[in-house]
Ligand binder design. Structure first.
Ligand code: RTP
Length: 150
């Protein structure tokens, strides 16, 4: 059965603050499988495509400037329910509304510096994975799946 995938990205503030490992650790510890990982400085065009739905929002220029401020680390995680669970692990868009124990609830305060991104649906995940990883992700099997899934 094809497993669900999501696109998780550590934003420039998260990279600069050294939180990449923390984000990876939480998804690994949960049992999800890492199938792609890259650090890059995204172009304005790539970001405008990624955030295309938000073009009309007042905060759009600030969002693009924030995302252009340094390298990001993008990754694709695979596993049961990973889109919804990944968003729960990240916390609310506004960090102050995020529960302690979530990434945003533990590590940030302002919405414009909220450390990470996670796909909001299976459909968006497919689009985002194709956008950020046009060469595709890594297909491999893990011997530990039987310790994670019943
Ligand atoms: P993301 O795409 O980064 O996971 O965030 P999200 O779905 O939780 O939130 P979305 O509404 O798609 O917003 C994308 C990013 O834009 C910034 N933002 N700023 N100033 C503001 O009111 C505001 N609202 C959103 C945040 O960095 C948010 O993650």
């Amino acid at each position: 059965m094809a497993q669900e995938r999501t696109y998780i990205m550590v934003k420039p503030d998260g990279v600069e603050r050294g939180l990449v490992g923390e984000v990876i650790k939480r998804f690994e510890n949960r049992g999800y499988k890492l199938v792609a990982l890259q650090q890059l400085r995204p172009s304005r065009e790539l970001l405008e495509q990624h955030y295309g739905d938000l073009k009309t929002k007042g905060f759009f220029p600030a969002l693009i400037a924030y995302m252009l401020s340094g390298p990001v680390v993008g990754m694709v995680w695979e596993g049961k329910g990973v889109v919804v669970t990944g968003r729960k692990m990240l916390g609310e868009t506004n960090p102050l509304a995020s529960a302690p124990g979530t990434i945003r609830g533990d590590y940030c305060i302002d919405v414009g510096k909220n450390i990470c991104h996670g796909s909001d649906s299976v459909e968006s995940a497919k689009k985002e994975i194709a956008l950020w990883f046009p060469a595709g992700v890594n297909e491999y099997t893990r011997s530990i799946e039987k310790l994670i899934y019943e």
